[in-house]
Design a protein around this ligand. Structure first.
Ligand code: MLC
Length: 501
């Protein structure tokens, strides 16, 4: 399993640097093992049991990584939360998961204390300054491992919230077996090596930054250098330093690097692997990157519920506009969305996925879990695509009006629900409008209540109190009516035609 491989590296190469935040002291594999063991023992001393949810809402930092690995090591369920979530969302995630323990940013203490009384299952919140020295706080805890490593592949390792079209966000349960299967297939497909150096600039509360990037490097026994946040100028300077062999990003990050380069030409061809994912890679960026950086981006396709599914090859053709063939151990098929029967090559249908990497279900939602799978066990991704005769897959849109902005998923109903709470809003519809930098931007069309004169900025601010900033509309357009079909259902495609510039 993933944790066993990591333990082997800790034993076999204790002096090698495992992780290092930029401009901070490095952490060797030996030191990582000690810090994770101590943190595990600290969690055990708080009474954390296998299966308990341990929530963490902290910036990208060493303690975040220690809490993650320690929780997984003692068979607790790690629940990472975007630091950008406002209290309304945080309260929902903590209540829904019935987390027993929360690690949070000290700067948020007053706000979190104010919601804690609504959360009877949350026994304790520990506040820390992520920059402070966590190791010294757990120095009294034993550096030996006192609990058996998880051996059941079906044991949940972490829980990641994903939004849905019709419901509140659901906690996707990712097992140790899922993580192990995923990382093994990425290791094989991308040729991870012990001497790889990863420049890690992604957030670590998602599958992309946590599993694909961080686990990828740790599983290989390689070194990850982490930026706390993405800064294009710093990332470019580091990439040009020739220290790194691997870099991963979402298209918005690659777009910023490409734009920063401007007319300048750079040679990053010494890098083994630069990947793009979490949203479609636009063709102009694929070609622009090639010209500017002498690098062919490797596009791959995944989702929270599965980790990685499809990937362009490391050595073969990295095809523009395509997400490549299935990764080792992954089965994919294209089906007619209505009948769910497989379609021939080149025909567009729903992408369905099977494999040991596919999640086990949604926390406390057996109905939603059942709906996610076909009777014969294929995961319904909700993404549309086709298979080319040579096995490469191409995505052709998404079902369910999903918006992706800067690599983050936004489901319109969640934003619409927030908007409807505003007293001046009679009706609303949320859409994604194409945007060069972000892929899409969240735009709201609002019919004001009779007599109300709502103000765009105020409505955006109102949404931000309830939703993370990336979900809040960037633009609000006031309209008299919505385009609707004969049944009165809002036609979002028409709305996009009229509202997107
Ligand atoms: C930040 N903002 C966003 C946003 N990120 N708005 C829309 N969409 C986003 N993704 C807001 C900020 O709150 C800020 O608001 C304003 O935009 C400008 O901020 P910024 O400083 O320019 O943005 P920055 O912090 O640099 O963030 C941009 C980014 C970040 C691209 C680096 O969004 C990011 O790290 N994205 C990666 C997301 C990711 O890891 N996805 C993987 C999901 S897993 P204001 O108004 O307050 O200034 C998955 C599976 C898979 O999907 O296959 O990978």
């Amino acid at each position: 399993m993933f944790l066993d491989t990591l333990a082997d590296h800790c034993r076999n190469q204790p002096d090698k640097i495992a992780i290092q935040f930029i401009n901070r002291p490095p952490v060797t594999y030996g030191e990582l093992e000690i810090a994770v063991n101590r943190t595990s023992n600290f969690l055990l001393s708080l009474g954390i049991q296998p299966g308990d949810r341990v929530a963490v809402q902290l910036p990208k930092s060493l303690p975040f990584i220690y809490f993650h690995l320690a929780a997984a090591q003692i068979s607790a369920i790690f629940l990472p939360l975007n630091p950008d979530y406002p209290m309304a969302e945080l309260r929902y995630f903590l209540a829904d998961s019935s987390a027993r323990l929360l690690f949070a940013d000290r700067r948020k203490q007053p706000e979190i204390d104010a919601i804690a009384s609504d959360l009877p299952t949350l026994e304790r919140t520990l506040f820390l300054d992520p920059a402070e020295d966590w190791e010294s706080q757990i120095a009294d805890c034993s550096a030996e491992r006192h609990s058996p490593m998880p051996t059941d592949p079906n044991q949940t390792a972490m829980m990641l919230y994903t939004s849905g079209t019709t419901s509140r966000p659901k906690g996707a349960l990712i097992t140790h077996g899922n993580l192990t299967a995923n990382i093994a297939s990425l290791h094989e497909a991308w040729g991870w090596r012990g001497d790889d150096m990863l420049l890690h600039a992604l957030p670590i509360f998602h599958v992309h930054g946590l599993v694909v990037a961080l686990h990828g490097a740790l599983h290989a026994g390689a070194t990850a250098i982490l930026l706390p946040t993405f800064d294009a100028a710093m990332a470019l300077e580091l990439l040009l330093s020739r220290r790194f062999s691997v870099f991963m990003g979402v298209p918005t990050m690659h777009r910023r690097l490409y734009q920063l380069a401007g007319d300048q030409r750079y040679d990053l061809s010494f890098m083994r692997l630069i990947t793009s994912g979490s949203d479609r890679l636009p063709d102009d960026l694929f070609f622009g990157y090639q010209e500017t950086f002498k690098v062919t981006l490797l596009e791959r396709y995944g989702m929270t519920e599965t980790g990685m599914n499809l990937s362009n090859p490391l050595l073969g053709e990295r095809r523009v506009g395509s997400v490549g063939p299935p990764l080792p151990g992954v089965s994919a098929r294209i089906v007619d969305p209505a009948s769910e029967t497989p379609l021939p090559d080149d025909e567009v249908g729903e992408v369905q996925i099977k494999g040991a990497h596919v999640f086990k279900g949604y926390w406390g939602q057996p109905q939603k879990t059942a709906e996610a799978f076909t009777p014969d066990g294929w995961l319904r991704t909700g993404d549309m695509g086709l298979r080319e005769p040579d096995g490469y897959y191409t995505l052709k849109g998404r079902a369910k009006d999903l918006i992706i902005t800067g690599g983050l998923n936004v489901y319109p109903p969640e934003v619409e629900l927030a908007l409807m709470r505003h007293p001046a809003v009679a009706a609303c519809a949320v859409i994604g409008c194409p945007d060069d930098e972000w892929g899409e931007q969240v735009v709201a069309a609002v019919i004001p209540r009779d007599g109300a004169v709502p103000n765009e900025a105020e409505i955006c601010a109102f949404c931000r109190e309830q939703l993370a900033a990336y979900k809040a509309p960037r633009r609000v357009v006031f309209v008299d009516e919505f385009p609707a079909n004969a049944l009165g259902k809002i036609q979002k495609a028409k709305l996009r035609e009229t509202l997107c510039e």
